[in-house]
Design a protein around this ligand. Structure first.
Ligand code: 0GY
Length: 293
């Protein structure tokens, strides 16, 4: 497969605004990625998309431009289980980044220890069919048992329609679980729709389940300024202020409708976390507890 980016690939915003919101000192962008660059870190043969290059220097420049102090870099599926670009970025960040890896059953204990030393603190289990091939649950359960011993946690990415079937699996996992993008609610449905209720109930029942209140640009049907996503994210923050994380999702893989301005995304935060106390938990206290304690 060619390493040239897909024809319909949207490249990240070239000059995001400086946010109107002044982020609290020590704020963490807790969901972002690096892509390659492909010359140094080739994309995986099994990938479902080929992105533009978006390397660590560009990520760190964005961090500084927006006013963040730290990053949590999530392994992107275009790199498969080759975590080297993400690990390289974590090492280069000098303690200012943590990582989330994708691993298979073949990963050795020595590899896990190396990743831990670089700053990796979790693995991602991905159930989104357009991004990955199916992995048997037993494989995930075996990985979960191994990484639990390192004090790592599990990030899960799934579509809202798949949550019902996943609940027994999720409730059986032994670590903290962080759900990407609120489980991708259908924001055309009302806030009290049973589908979103299922997700809120899952969080209410399980104190080890956290949520990223991320990706209004991905969930919105209306587009900027993402008014239709506000009630969903605000509800999760209101009900679970000590178990929410926020991130840019830079460089925004697979966006088709538009490319968000990352500074405008930061300005979305006060709409879902309206007080300084909530912003401090969302942006500093929660990610620091989970990733840097
Ligand atoms: C996200 C969302 C997406 C992609 C990935 O690893 C990935 O490829 O996470 C998506 O396409 O929805 O969280 O970045």
């Amino acid at each position: 497969m060619s390493q040239t980016m897909d024809d319909d690939w949207l490249v990240f915003h070239p000059s995001p605004k400086v946010p109107d919101l002044t982020l609290p000192p020590g704020a963490v962008d807790a969901h972002c990625h690096v892509f390659g660059p492909g010359d140094a870190f080739p994309y995986a043969p099994e990938r479902k998309y080929t992105p533009c290059d978006a390397g660590k220097e560009q990520l760190f420049a964005l961090r500084d431009h927006l006013g963040f102090s730290r990053n949590v870099i999530v392994q992107a599926t275009c790199h498969g289980r080759d975590n080297s670009a993400m690990v390289d970025a974590c090492r280069a960040a000098g303690g200012l980044a943590r990582g989330i890896a994708s691993v298979g059953p073949e990963v050795s204990d020595a590899d896990l220890a190396d990743m831990h030393a670089a700053g990796v603190r979790g693995v991602r289990f991905n159930f989104v069919k357009r991004l990955v091939d199916d992995t048997p649950k037993q494989v995930f359960q075996d990985i979960a048992a191994r990484i639990a011993k390192l004090g790592w946690h599990i990030v899960v990415y799934f579509e809202a329609a798949d949550l019902e079937d996943l609940i027994p699996f999720l409730e059986g996992l032994p670590t903290i679980i962080v759900v990407d993008h609120m489980g991708r609610p259908d924001v055309s449905k009302p806030l009290d729709h049973p589908d979103f209720g299922r997700f809120l109930d899952l969080m209410a029942r399980n104190e080890n389940i956290w949520s990223k209140v991320t990706c209004p640009e991905r969930l919105s049907l209306q587009g900027p300024p993402y008014d239709d996503v506000v009630p969903f994210a605000a509800e999760v923050v209101r009900r679970f202020p000590d178990r929410v994380l926020w991130g840019t999702d830079w460089p925004h893989p697979n966006m088709k409708s538009h490319m968000p301005d990352d500074g405008a995304l930061v300005d979305f935060i006060p709409r879902i976390a309206p007080t300084p106390e909530l912003q401090q938990k969302l942006l500093v206290d929660n990610p620091m507890r989970l990733y840097w304690a």
